[in-house]
Design a protein around this ligand. Structure first.
Ligand SMILES: Cc1cc2nc3c(=O)[nH]c(=O)nc-3n(C[C@H](O)[C@H](O)[C@H](O)COP(=O)(O)OP(=O)(O)OC[C@H]3O[C@@H](n4cnc5c(N)ncnc54)[C@H](O)[C@@H]3O)c2cc1C
Ligand code: SF4
Length: 408
């Protein structure tokens, strides 16, 4: 507690709240920290609850250096305020003291909605709608809810007990959860619209992208997203594995594989460490766990037990926000790789949404009110190609819910 107090005291409670602008959910950070500073923890939790339903989760795994803490005034000359840790601590208190359960089933407004997918976007939308009197049923293809929070982010980074708390909260609000039910396999959108006035699609986008290089169809090449989602791992003992990519998915795949007994795990990234999308903390922890890194290297082809690579130099090109990796001629080399894992982004699985208009990039097309091309069908989260973080997915779910409540 003393530690928490020190962390809250460090906050300057700025009037113009730059940190709040950095938070996708718009959490009133100076306010909840002020309340925590005054030991008013329940009030701090209530301040957070105005904008978020998962403070214990976001506080833990948000890429804070790119969101709230990246905008903290304290961070200009030194360390930013530990916003995430304070938020997580308050969320923990809400769980321990059962403030989370302090909720009554709202009076019904007679409207029924079906929500497809129980990740951050679907969970958040279901809670906001249920609180506004909607009768909500959530359909989830997996055995349990959580989306990538459960079937992706490893336990060593996010304890699954947090998702169980969310599930209990949803049940208290009267939300019905039907698991092992998949859109496109067990039912279609058309059938749902016969039973529900509105449908909300939040099925994420978790199909690993491919690089389009020779050899990627080989059995030893795997997609990181599927590997982490289905945990269909081969035996890594004594093996050398390379993971291609520089984001959180690459870090989670590399660390999981290393913990499963691989002899050597190397992350191959075509830019430099400074450009890695992964949080610096995750990179540091991966390094401490013995993961190797090869920066400014691109993989060009894969053969049995070998990956053929080329070095890159980073060039500033007109119209490009990021430095562009350009291959250096005559710099080819090969590395040993029993398995190659691709973690270079993910796309939508369009099973069940074949009749919906998609964007050029293959995501579900929505308008500013989160409406899809089918009347009474809304969508939000990774499936619409939004910014792929938990807080953003939760924000999209919350805003879509507000629009559904207003329009339907
Ligand atoms: C390995 C990994 C690590 C990550 N680490 C972080 C991190 O540290 N911090 C961070 O902020 N973000 C992280 N992200 C990104 C973040 O997890 C996602 O942006 C977020 O989960 C997206 O939420 P969503 O609700 O849109 O989709 P998802 O979380 O993907 O949830 C979609 C849900 O829909 C279900 N579903 C899919 N298809 C169907 C269907 N046809 N019928 C029924 N149900 C269906 C899925 O099973 C799933 O439960 C990570 C992503 C990955 C893959
Ligand atoms: S939700 Fe994430 S970005 Fe927002 S204040 Fe919490 S940790 Fe920061």
């Amino acid at each position: 507690m003393e530690n928490l107090q020190n962390k809250t005291e460090y906050c300057l409670n700025c009037k113009n709240k730059p940190c709040q602008l950095g938070c996708p959910l718009g959490n009133d950070i100076p306010e909840f920290i002020r309340l925590a500073k005054e030991h008013k923890y329940k009030e701090a939790y209530e301040a957070l609850s105005k904008t978020t339903v998962m403070p214990f989760i976001c506080g833990k795994i948000c890429p804070k250096s790119k969101q709230c803490q990246g905008k903290c005034i304290r961070g200009i000359k030194g360390q930013p305020v530990s916003i995430g840790e304070i938020e997580n601590a308050i969320g923990e208190m809400a769980i321990q003291n059962k403030w989370y359960e302090d909720v009554e089933k709202p009076a019904t407004n007679g409207k029924k909605i079906a929500i497809i997918g129980a990740g951050p976007a679907g969970i958040t939308a279901s809670i906001w709608l249920a609180k506004n009197g909607w009768k909500v049923k959530v359909f989830e293809k997996h055995k349990k809810i959580g989306g990538i929070l459960r079937y992706g982010i490893p336990e060593f980074r996010l304890e699954k007990r947090y998702i169980d708390v969310l599930e209990q909260y949803m049940q208290k609000l009267g939300i019905i959860i039907e698991t092992n039910k998949m859109l496109g396999k067990d039912f279609e959108i058309k059938e749902l619209l016969e039973k529900y006035s509105t449908v909300f699609l939040s099925e994420g986008a978790n199909v690993s992208n491919k690089m389009g290089i020779p050899g990627e169809e080989l059995g030893q090449v795997m997609g990181a997203n599927e590997l982490l989602e289905y945990e269909n791992h081969p035996d890594y003992s004594g093996k050398k594995i390379i993971v291609i990519g520089g984001g959180n998915v690459a870090m989670d795949a590399a660390r999981t594989i290393k913990r499963m007994g691989a002899k050597e795990v190397t992350v191959v990234y075509r830019r430099a460490i400074e450009q890695m999308p992964a949080e610096p903390k995750e990179v540091e922890e991966a390094r401490n766990e013995g993961i190797n890194f090869l920066f400014q290297v691109n993989v060009k082809s894969i053969e049995s037990k070998k990956a053929y690579c080329i070095r890159t130099q980073l060039v500033q090109k007109d119209g490009e926000a990021r430095l562009v990796p350009v291959e250096i001629p005559e710099s080819k080399f090969a590395i040993d790789a029993d398995y190659v894992v691709m973690a270079i982004g993910a796309k939508l699985n369009n099973t069940g949404v074949e009749n919906i208009e998609l964007t050029e990039k293959g995501y579900i097309k929505i308008d500013e009110m989160y409406k899809t091309s089918i009347p009474h069908v809304y969508a939000a989260g990774d499936n619409t190609g939004g910014v792929s973080t938990v807080a953003w997915a939760s924000f999209y779910g919350r805003e879509a819910a507000k629009n559904i409540d207003k329009n339907e």
